[in-house]
Design a binder for this molecule. Structure first.
Ligand code: HEC
Ligand code: HEC
Length: 181
């Protein structure tokens, strides 16, 4: 008697499992290889796909328009052509030629900020000298290129002060919230 009941329960279970399986098969949407990736091409052949780098800015320094900062105290994007300015070498840094505070004013370039003229390890003001870790500008500042992103960027940077959209003030609020005894 008990055995019969067991068999019966097993049968009901297997029938329901099969129907769940059939139902889920019927609802599964399949995607082609071309639909899977962001570049809409087969994933097995890369011969016709090339990365999109966009068109670099061609406006010369002095004739370009500065970009709004991405968020408060973010490193500003380079808005001008940098052809011929690289590489930054030990003996030559053309960026400094225009952006060191003394030169920048007459050229109309944004002066290198105080944060770059301070030794962050010791906190020492370097009296107008550039801190060594800031020498390679391209490590943090990049040029802007025109392209249509594959995925829309919905990031919205925060600013506490309206001025922050076009200028930085990191050195003033670097220690915000820090109590050094
Ligand atoms: C010939 C002078 C000159 C040289 C060389 C130069 N810049 Fe500039 N830069 C400018 C000027 C002028 C501006 C302001 C925008 C304009 O008028 O084109 C500027 C703007 C910028 C900005 C945007 C600042 C802001 O407030 O948004 C950054 C970042 C920048 N330059 C980085 C660099 C880097 C990095 C290099 C070296 C690869 C460099 N620049 C070389 C003149 C120069
Ligand atoms: C380690 C990263 C780093 C390096 C290297 C660096 N910067 Fe910056 N830069 C930043 C950041 C972050 C900011 C914004 C916050 C601040 O002011 O420090 C900034 C801000 C600036 C600004 C805007 C100043 C303002 O008042 O709005 C200029 C101009 C600039 N940098 C030029 C340069 C140049 C030229 C070099 C190379 C000599 C350089 N930076 C190297 C990270 C860097």
């Amino acid at each position: 008697m008990l055995r019969d009941r067991k068999i019966w329960i097993m049968m009901v279970l297997s029938v329901s499992m099969v129907s769940v399986l059939l139902l889920s098969c019927a609802q599964t949407k399949t995607y082609t290889e071309e639909e899977l990736g962001l570049r809409h091409e087969t994933l097995y052949d890369e011969s016709s796909s090339s990365p999109v780098h966009g068109d670099p800015i061609t406006k010369e320094a002095g004739a370009s328009t500065r970009f709004e900062r991405a968020f408060e105290n973010s490193p500003p994007l380079i808005p001008h052509d940098i052809t011929g300015m690289l590489p930054i070498a030990r003996t030559e840094n053309l960026c400094m030629g225009c952006h060191m505070p003394k030169e920048a004013v007459s050229i109309g370039a944004t002066p290198i900020p105080k944060s770059h003229l301070t030794d962050f390890v010791t906190g020492k003001d370097l009296d107008g000298e550039l801190a060594g870790i800031r020498y390679n500008c391209m490590q943090c500042h990049v040029i802007q290129t025109e392209l249509t992103p594959a995925v829309k960027n919905i990031f919205k940077g925060g600013f506490r002060d309206d001025k922050g959209h076009y200028r930085s003030n990191l050195i003033d609020n670097l220690n915000e919230g820090v109590t050094a005894e």
